[in-house]
Design a protein around this ligand. Structure first.
Ligand code: HPA
Length: 233
């Protein structure tokens, strides 16, 4: 048991899929896992362990944003010795040729969060995905013919902003999109010697102004969970 996770030692598998919305986790656990049990409900951050094609896998909600994600990833690593964390979530696309529902495998994550600058004494750490997980995810996505891009993303601390042309430079530098967790996940994975990957789907496009219908969102989520479960080690 850790401060925010009620699981007993051994309750959590080596690979944990994390996502912002705990109810989405419940739904995906019901859809994909066999013999699943709930290992956490503290603060409604539901977590489940079960089997996917015979592999023992866990899934857990984290809430939105870097502080809450950092807290849970830290506890999963330090109290439960988790080896692999795969984030499954959504992002706002920054490139006009990304369609709603497309999958994005985040190779690296820039950020406006001060977390790393404080930790690394003002210098820039480069949060990077685990290459093996990334390579496997590319193969699974292609085998399933899911429209998929690999590249850099941006993790922000503020969903809302009054800044005009906020993303101009990031768009010009080929950033694929913005979400709110990955830079922290990749940094902590490096610290705790875990493997990490973020698999994201485009829920809205900041350039074209389009956004996902409930149907597209649901399909994209199932596709992402399928990729994550297939690459789980
Ligand atoms: N900003 C931040 N996070 C997001 C967005 C966004 O536009 N869309 C999905 N996650």
């Amino acid at each position: 048991m850790s401060l925010h996770i009620a699981a007993k030692p051994g309750d959590i598998a080596d690979t944990v899929l994390i996502s912002g919305d705990p109810l989405r986790i419940k739904h995906m656990a019901e859809l994909f896992l066999e013999d699943a049990f709930c290992f956490n409900d503290i603060r409604g951050m539901l977590g489940y362990t079960g089997f996917y094609k015979g592999k023992r896998v866990s899934m857990m909600g984290t809430g939105i944003g870097i502080p809450t994600t950092t807290l849970f990833v830290h506890e999963l690593a330090s109290s439960y010795d988790v080896k692999n964390i795969i984030r499954v979530g959504t992002m706002g696309a920054m490139q006009s040729d990304l369609e709603i529902g497309d999958l994005v495998l985040a190779m690296s994550a820039s950020s406006d969060s001060s977390m790393n600058r404080l930790y690394f004494d003002g210098l820039d750490f480069a949060p990077t995905a685990n290459f093996q997980l990334l390579q496997k995810a590319v193969a699974v996505a292609h085998d399933n013919t899911f429209a998929t891009r690999v590249g850099s993303i941006f993790s922000t601390d503020s969903f809302y902003s009054e800044q005009e042309n906020r993303w101009e430079k990031w768009i010009a530098h080929g950033t694929l999109g913005v979400e709110m967790e990955t830079s922290a996940l990749y940094t902590l994975a490096a610290k705790f010697k875990m493997k990490a990957l973020s698999i994201l789907s485009v829920s809205d496009n900041l350039v074209t102004g389009t956004s996902a219908t409930a149907n597209v969102r649901e399909t994209a989520f199932s596709n992402m969970f399928r990729v994550a479960l297939e690459i789980a080690e």
